[in-house]
Design a protein around this ligand. Structure first.
Ligand code: MLT
Length: 260
């Protein structure tokens, strides 16, 4: 379904029936990240899978922020009829968005799934690199971001076909959307203070071979969230939902089923 919000037509796929689960992808990916996850959950959960502003089938705007993304996905969920509590699952930039959803829509969040992400704000050096990437992408196209990222995104053991698929998806993302999201990541809020405030069931999932958000940091983050469950997916890099789809879906489903 398409929802028009703040200057863009935004796409979201809604699949299955039951407790709503919002699945938020990372940078500069698309809802395709969750295709196998949603298929595995759909008999018992209503999976809401947005393409973030400027990604996938959603329109782009020249500027965006983590707060804008959070408002977008919650408005998209509401447009799909979900006005009650949701479980929010985010991967990488999607995790930063999940933290923001928790801060802005606390009463709407029934659980958090934090996948391969970090709570820290960007460093000054990191912010400069994001700005540099934004400028290169606006000059050369999104293929520049795809080339810069693909090496670290998947574990070395990942199939060439998977690498080619995600390089293609990133390259096809509109440059204006990638540049805006790179800048949004550069200015993402510090979510460290949020960790101690999280009072909903939380699942933290890491990829054993993740080169972008290493598993050790994810484990440490989980240790600071009250009652969080930590799971490491063997052999996965930064994208467990596509690198180890069955294992990832089983972990998420096991946790969701336990929420009662
Ligand atoms: C993501 O998956 O959202 C990105 O890898 C985030 C990042 O570049 O830090």
């Amino acid at each position: 379904m398409i929802t028009h919000l703040a200057g863009a037509d935004l796409y979201m796929d809604a699949r299955g029936h039951g407790r709503p689960v919002l699945l938020v992808h990372g940078f500069p990916l698309s809802g395709e990240l969750w295709a196998e996850t949603a298929a595995a959950l759909a008999d018992r959960y209503r999976c809401l899978v947005p393409d973030l502003r400027g990604h996938g089938r959603s329109g782009a705007t020249a500027e965006v922020s983590i707060g804008r993304f959070a408002d977008d996905v919650m408005a998209q969920a509401e447009a799909a009829g979900e006005t009650g509590r949701l479980v929010v699952v985010g991967l990488s930039m999607g995790g930063a968005i999940a933290f923001e959803v928790f801060r802005r829509y606390r009463e709407r969040v029934g659980g958090l799934g934090l996948v391969c992400c970090r709570a820290t704000a960007e460093t000054a050096e990191g912010r400069a690199k994001r700005e540099e990437l934004a400028q290169v992408v606006l000059r050369r196209g999104s293929v520049a971001a795809a080339e810069a990222m693909i090496g670290n995104l998947l574990a070395p053991v990942a199939a060439e076909s998977l690498r080619a698929k995600w390089k293609g998806i990133m390259s096809a993302t509109p440059a204006v959307g990638v540049a805006a999201a790179a800048r949004a990541l550069g200015s993402r809020p510090d979510s460290l203070p949020t960790l101690a405030a999280i009072d909903v069931p939380t699942l933290v999932v890491a990829g054993e071979r993740d080169a972008i958000t290493p598993s050790a940091g994810m484990r440490e983050m989980a240790g600071t969230i009250r009652g969080a469950r930590f799971v490491e997916i063997a052999g996965a890099g930064h994208l467990p939902p596509v690198e180890r789809p069955r294992e990832f879906a089983a972990v998420l489903r096991g946790w969701l089923d336990g929420l009662g």
